[in-house]
Design a protein around this ligand. Structure first.
Ligand code: PA5
Length: 420
C-alpha cells in the first residue's frame, strides 16, 4: 500500500489549496480524455503491455541472460537508462549483474568497465528511442568492436537492440546485423518508458518479479486515474503546484533509504524535463537522508525559504538489525539498545520533518509499506500521472524537451560534425 499524506500543505495554504485541487481535477479529466497538449505521447497510460506476444519474448530473453550468469551491459542515457537503474538499485543495491554505460563520456568509467569485461562474459542491450543519441551511439560503437573481438561470429547473439520499430540509425543497424530487437512504442516518450522493454528487460534480467511489478503498475493507474479524495497523484500535483504558486520554486525529494537514490534520479529527470519550460517550472532536487542531513540539511533548514520537501518513506523492512546492548556503555548509546535500525530511521524522519516544517519548509510524505517491485511500480505510475497533471496546470507540454537540443548543437559544431 502507498499512502500520500499532505495535511501540512493543506493546513498551511487552506484557501489556495482547494482552488488548486479543483484545477488538478480538471487536468486529470483532460489527461483521461487524452485531449491535452502532447496527447500523441500518451501511450504510457496503457503500459505495461501484458499481451503474451509482448511479454513472453521479453521474459524469455531476460531469463536466458539471468541463467547465463553473464553480465548485462545496458547502453542508454536519460529515459533510456534511469528507470531501469532506479528499479534495479532499489531492489538489489549493488548486488546484481547489470552495468550501465553510455550516459556519460568519462574515459575513467570506460576503462574500468572494459577491464571488467576482459574477464567476464556479457550481453549488450543498446537502448535508444531515436537511435541517434551521441553518448549511447559512441558507447555502442566501442562495445560492438570489443564484443566482436571477443566473440567473433557469435557476437550478434549477445546483442539486443531496444529502439523504434522503423526509424533511426540503431534500428537500421539492428535490422542489417540481425540483432534481437525490442520495440519502444512511438507514443511513449523516453522518460515515460520504464514500463516498456527499455526498463523491463534489464529489470527482469536482474531478477525482479514480473507479476509483482505488473500488479503494482496496474494499482498505480487505478489509484491515480479516478476522481476521488485519496487519489495520490492528484493530491500530490495539487500540493506541489500550490507550493510553487506560493513562491516555492524548488522541490526536494527526500528519502531515508539510500536504495532510493537512483529512483530520485529518475524522478528528477521526469520532473525536470517535463516541467522546466518557457521560463517556468519547479526545480527538482533530491537528497539521501540521513547522509545529507549532515550536508544539505543545513540549507534546507535555514537557507532561502523557496523550497518544499516531498519525503518518500519505506515504512517496513523485510529484514532489520537490532542495536546491541553494551555492558560498559562508553558511547552512551544504551538508550537505543535492542531497537531496530528501522525504528531509529523512522524517528530520524519524524524529527527531520518537524524541524523542516518549523523552519518554514512545507512537507508531504509518500509512505510505502515495503520496498519491492509492487510499491516501486505503483509509485512510478503515481509520479508519471502527477507530472502530467502538474505540467498541464503550469501551462506547458509535459512530453517534449526542446531545451536539451541547445547543448547538442554547440557540441556538434565544436566537434566538427558534418553539416553542423
Ligand atoms: O525523456 C527523454 O525523451 C530523453 O531524456 C531521452 O530519453 C534521452 O535523451 C535519450 O534519448 P534516446 O532514447 O532517443 O537515445
Amino acid at each position: 500500500m502507498i499512502e500520500y499524506s499532505d495535511t501540512m500543505i493543506r493546513e498551511r495554504y487552506p484557501r489556495d489549496y482547494s482552488a488548486v485541487r479543483k484545477e488538478a481535477e480538471s487536468a486529470l479529466k483532460t489527461l483521461v480524455a487524452r485531449n491535452g497538449t502532447g496527447s500523441d505521447l500518451l501511450g504510457w497510460l496503457d503500459l505495461p503491455d501484458t499481451s503474451p506476444e509482448a511479454l513472453n519474448s521479453l521474459l524469455d530473453t531476460a531469463k536466458a541472460i539471468r541463467d547465463s550468469g553473464d553480465l548485462l551491459v545496458c547502453i542508454g542515457i536519460g529515459g533510456s537508462y534511469l528507470g531501469a537503474r532506479a528499479f534495479i538499485h532499489a531492489l538489489f543495491g549493488d548486488r546484481h549483474r547489470v552495468r550501465f554505460i553510455g550516459h556519460h563520456l568519462s574515459p575513467l568509467a570506460w576503462s574500468a568497465l572494459l577491464e571488467e569485461l576482459e574477464t567476464r562474459d556479457f550481453y549488450l542491450n543498446v537502448i535508444s528511442k531515436s537511435g541517434t543519441t551521441t553518448e549511447p551511439g559512441i558507447a555502442f560503437r566501442i562495445l560492438r568492436e570489443f564484443a566482436e573481438k571477443k566473440y567473433g561470429n557469435t557476437t550478434n547473439e549477445r546483442i539486443i537492440a531496444t529502439t523504434d520499430a522503423e526509424s533511426g540509425a540503431l534500428c537500421d543497424l539492428a535490422k542489417k546485423k540481425g540483432y534481437r530487437r525490442f520495440i519502444i512504442p512511438r507514443d511513449v516518450g523516453g522518460r515515460f518508458s520504464v514500463l516498456t522493454p527499455v526498463g523491463l528487460l534489464p529489470i527482469f534480467a536482474a531478477g525482479a518479479d514480473p507479476d509483482q511489478l505488473i500488479r503494482g503498475a496496474s494499482a498505480g493507474f487505478k489509484a491515480s486515474l479516478s476522481l476521488n479524495e485519496r487519489n495520490p497523484a492528484l493530491n500530490y500535483a495539487a500540493g506541489r503546484t500550490c507550493c510553487y504558486r506560493k513562491g516555492k520554486a524548488i522541490e526536494v525529494l527526500a528519502s531515508f533509504e539510500p536504495r532510493m537514490h537512483y529512483f530520485s534520479e529518475w524522478w528528477k529527470q521526469l520532473y525536470g524535463e517535463s516541467e522546466g519550460k518557457n521560463g517556468k517550472g519547479i526545480f527538482p532536487a533530491s537528497v539521501d537522508f540521513t547522509t545529507d542531513l549532515h550536508s544539505m540539511g543545513q540549507w534546507i533548514q535555514d537557507g532561502v525559504r523557496n523550497l518544499f520537501e516531498t519525503f518518500v518513506m519505506i515504512d517496513h523492512y523485510q529484514r532489520d538489525i537490532n542495536i546491541p546492548k553494551d555492558q560498559d556503555n562508553l558511547d552512551n548509546l544504551n538508550y537505543l539498545a535492542d531497537q531496530p535500525l528501522g525504528y531509529v530511521n523512522r524517528k530520524a524522519f519524524e524529527g527531520t520533518r518537524k524541524a523542516h516544517e518549523d523552519g518554514g519548509v512545507p512537507t508531504s510524505v509518500f509512505h510505502l509499506d515495503y520496498l519491492d517491485e509492487e510499491h516501486l511500480a505503483k509509485l512510478t505510475v503515481i509520479f508519471e500521472i502527477a507530472v502530467a497533471l502538474s505540467a498541464y496546470m503550469l501551462g506547458v507540454n509535459p512530453f517534449d524537451q526542446p531545451g536539451v537540443e541547445a547543448y547538442k548543437q554547440n557540441m556538434f559544431a565544436l566537434l566538427g560534425k558534418p553539416g553542423k
